[in-house]
Design a binder for this molecule. Structure first.
Ligand SMILES: Cc1cc2nc3c(=O)[nH]c(=O)nc-3n(C[C@H](O)[C@H](O)[C@H](O)COP(=O)(O)OP(=O)(O)OC[C@H]3O[C@@H](n4cnc5c(N)ncnc54)[C@H](O)[C@@H]3O)c2cc1C
Length: 344
């Protein structure tokens, strides 16, 4: 039986010409001043990648390397922003700059995709322009279900920012770290961060306390760190509390006050991470039906809802327990291998 998600090059080109006949704006007409989308157009298949994070960048580069005739378009409003690096991977992995991506032959645009018709493989940019593609690749990462509550941190997991606050914290102060119910990005991240903080405080502020409100009681990570903190270095400062999502009622970061089901906590540093789900652009496109994460075939990373649409990285449900850069890269590589095989 023919796999309905399998595509051949001829059918892509047919779709592309049909789109042109429908009057869809070509990319060179779409590009607005300041956009770095180039007009170069091979007769190749047009692949639109949404999100230049770990998965999107890796996929774009590998696609272009595997077949330079492919047109690979990569859109991300953060493409030239420091934030594209800051929030991720604790500087362990560098993402290629827009200059490097352009040099690799990738057509980049620092625009946000605000609307997608997954059926037609059509995207709309925040400039109002639209673009049709033959294959749509979503790699938008995660969104928080509500705004994270922190004292001046850009991300509750951002090591540099949280650590700076811990260093400046008053003697005997309390750090409160909130770990949401999994799945969330980089599952071991908050635990590692708590261990580091406690080790530092043990030496420099031994009267301090690190209170961990964890919604994952019974999970492997919860158990591993519970045991580790029972006898490891700095552990006497850590108090691990199994909670549920209703435990925290309100947080006032400027006052350093957290209202809980058990009364209030005074905190000097607050890093409470809300629950997460797939990036809004993918959910709004109908790729996560009645769910938080986009449903994909775990082998091909193809959306189970639309042909020729793929979701890579944190946003999909393929690596539900392993939303890490490592997995994002492996998924991107697998996707590229499959697509290149299908196109020959
Ligand atoms: C502080 C922190 C530290 C971490 N440390 C590690 C680590 O040490 N090791 C590890 O393996 N993992 C780590 N992770 C997890 C890792 O960063 C993620 O798993 C990985 O980045 C996921 O890749 P992704 O491509 O799916 O999403 P991301 O890398 O998050 O990229 C998503 C991109 O999509 C863009 N985007 C979103 N919506 C749109 C739209 N509508 N239009 C265009 N673009 C859009 C965003 O701007 C973003 O650049 C860490 C995460 C954090 C937050």
């Amino acid at each position: 039986m023919k796999d309905k998600t399998r595509v051949d090059r001829r059918s892509f080109l047919r779709i592309a010409s049909a789109a042109a006949a429908m009057g869809v704006m070509p990319i060179n007409a779409m590009a607005t001043s300041g956009s770095s989308v180039s007009a170069s157009s091979a007769n190749g298949v047009r692949i639109m990648v949404i999100g230049a994070g770990v998965a999107g960048t890796r996929a774009a580069i590998q696609l272009k390397q595997a077949n330079p005739a492919l047109r690979v378009i990569l859109a991300d409003p953060m493409i030239d922003s420091q934030k594209r690096y800051q929030n991720k991977i604790n500087h362990m992995l560098t993402l290629e700059s827009s200059i490097q991506l352009a040099a690799a032959g990738i057509e980049i645009t620092a625009k946000k995709i605000v609307k997608v018709d997954a059926d037609k493989k059509r995207v709309w940019f925040d400039s109002g322009a639209k673009l049709d593609s033959d294959i749509l690749v979503f790699a938008p990462g995660v969104d928080f279900k509500s705004a994270p509550v922190t004292t001046n941190s850009i991300h509750p997991l951002n090591q540099t920012q949280v650590q700076q606050q811990v260093v400046l914290m008053r003697e005997g102060g309390t750090v409160v770290v909130g770990i949401p119910r999994a799945p969330y990005q980089y599952p071991q991240g908050p635990y590692m961060q708590v261990s580091k903080m406690a080790t530092y405080l043990q030496l420099h502020n031994p009267a301090a306390k690190v209170l961990v409100l964890d919604q994952n009681a019974g999970s492997a990570l919860f158990e591993q760190y519970r045991k580790q903190w029972q006898d490891g270095s700095g552990s006497s400062l850590i108090e691990l509390l199994a909670t549920n999502e209703d435990y925290v009622r309100t947080i006032e970061p400027t006052m350093g006050r957290i209202e809980t089901q058990d009364g209030h906590i005074n905190a000097s540093v607050i890093a409470v991470m809300p629950q997460q789900r797939a990036g809004v652009v993918a959910r709004a496109a109908g790729l996560a039906l009645n769910a938080d994460w986009c449903q994909v075939n775990s082998e091909t990373l193809a959306s189970i809802h639309y042909p020729h649409v793929y979701v890579l990285g944190d946003a999909n449900d393929a690596a539900i327990d392993d939303k890490t850069a490592f997995t994002a890269v492996r998924q991107a590589d697998r996707f590229v291998r499959n697509i290149i095989r299908e196109l020959v």
